[in-house]
Ligand binder design. Structure first.
Ligand code: IPE
Ligand code: IPE
Ligand code: MG
Length: 249
């Protein structure tokens, strides 16, 4: 079933909605530059980015995507000026409070990947609450990567496995990829099929290092706050034109 989306004169992305990628991951980048081009403070870009996240997450649920994972704050983002970090944390609180209040309507299952223990107790409680309320929702699962770093995730997994070897009887000479995946934040979630990075940067920036092994990449110059539903469909259409071989022929 090939469907066209949108009404403008421009060539529209042609997406087969019956054959969507199962899991899309997005590096939500470009908020600062979006604000700068408008003469606004960077925090205004983060606010616009948060709003766009809501739009895209809701749309993903609408089109029937199974998993959406978004990179919201990295383990390296603490290097930013304290005012910017605290503005981002403030927006996160606002977003979570709103998400909780709309939850019964939106019915999006939410999870968090990352070390939340360094967030304020209030934010940690909001994350827990969001996760608990939405736990039983069916359909799209949205994973928000917060204080997330791929290397940090791998180290934590290695340490947890080492502990299981010492204390839990795990065998240090036998560990499968599936077992190791179970120690990651993404345990139980299939690897992303498509990783999208807006804003023109061509790098992973420590995102899903293990999980991205066979992901398809899609890069665009569009900045995250401007990354519309149509841009998403363009990325999906590009993905659907790829040939994934996973090392085979
Ligand atoms: C992404 O946008 C949001 C976070 C990393 C928290 P940026 O803030 O990195 O925006 P640019 O890359 O400076 O434009
Ligand atoms: C990656 O963007 C992290 C998030 C979008 C949360 P950055 O803006 O932090 O990445 P670099 O610094 O350009 O690599
Ligand atoms: Mg950036």
């Amino acid at each position: 079933m090939a469907l066209f989306w949108g009404k403008s004169e421009q060539a529209q992305p042609q997406v087969d909605f019956s054959n969507l990628p199962r899991h899309i991951a997005i590096i939500m980048d470009g908020n600062g530059r979006w604000a700068k081009t408008r003469g606004l403070p960077r925090t205004a870009g983060h606010a616009a980015g948060a709003e766009n996240f809501r739009t895209i997450a809701t749309y993903c649920k609408e089109i029937g995507l199974d998993y959406l994972t978004v990179y919201a704050f990295s383990t390296e983002n603490w290097k930013r000026p304290a005012e910017e970090v605290s503005a981002i944390m403030g927006l996160l609180k606002k977003y979570l409070l709103e998400a909780i209040s709309r939850m019964e309507r939106d019915r999006v299952k939410m999870e968090f990947f990352g070390d939340l223990s360094v967030l304020t107790p209030e934010l940690q409680a909001l994350c827990r609450r969001t996760r608990e309320i939405s736990r039983h929702y069916e359909g799209c699962q949205v994973n928000i990567c917060l204080n997330y770093g791929g290397r940090d995730e791998l180290l934590r997994a290695a340490m947890a496995y080492a502990r299981d070897c010492v204390e839990g009887g795990a065998d240090p000479n036998h560990l499968s990829q599936e077992q190791f995946s179970g120690y990651l934040y993404s345990s139980g979630v299939p690897d992303p099929d498509l990783i999208i990075r807006p804003s023109g940067e061509l790098r992973l920036s420590n995102f899903l290092l293990w999980q991205s092994a066979y992901a398809e990449f899609y890069f665009t110059d569009v900045l995250w706050p401007d990354f519309s539903k149509e841009e998403l469909l363009r990325a999906i259409a590009a993905y659907q034109g790829r040939s994934r071989r996973f090392g085979g022929v």
